[in-house]
Design a binder for this molecule. Structure first.
Ligand SMILES: [Zn+2]
Length: 156
């Protein structure tokens, strides 16, 4: 068994990842919409990176929780190799009260397409108590996606 495989044996369960995302709702900075969103991203080494939505008074610089998590994970990766991301839990609600699904927006799905393969799972939390969530693959949420492979042949 490789070290990589061993560490992944210690991976969180899907429920634990959802619970981490739920805990992160309190970090949201959403003074304008009041909608708190949180995401927890897991890579194949068992590393977890959380993210929250961060709004801005001029609106357009606002960033979603999912992108905050991805950009943080990429910025803080060890070495030059990108992590292999395996799944992300996403949760949201008005002032942190979860009353239904907050699926990733189209821009976040495109960011997932940049860093994830077809096996990547998105866990969309529906309720906290009891914990319920739906699991989607990236191809289900972004069919016919545009990704790095479309540009990698250029210049070769
Ligand atoms: Zn988004």
């Amino acid at each position: 068994m490789s070290a990589k495989a061993k560490s992944y044996d210690n991976a969180m369960t899907r429920e634990e990842l959802c619970r981490l995302a739920i805990q992160g709702l309190s970090k949201s900075y959403a003074p304008y919409s009041g909608y708190y969103v949180s995401a927890a991203l897991e890579d194949s080494e068992g590393n977890i990176t959380t993210g929250c939505n961060i709004e801005n008074a001029s609106y357009t610089p606002t960033v979603c929780a999912e992108r905050t998590a991805f950009f943080s994970a990429v910025a803080h990766r060890k070495g030059d190799t990108l992590p292999h991301f395996v799944r992300m839990a996403v949760v949201g609600g008005n002032h942190g009260e979860v009353t239904g699904a907050f699926p990733p927006c189209g821009v976040c799905r495109q960011v997932m397409s940049e860093f994830c393969d077809d096996s990547f799972e998105i866990l969309v939390v529906q309720s906290v108590e009891p914990l319920t969530y739906d699991t989607f693959t990236l191809p289900a949420l972004l069919p016919l996606r545009f990704g790095p492979s479309h540009l990698s042949k250029k210049g070769q």
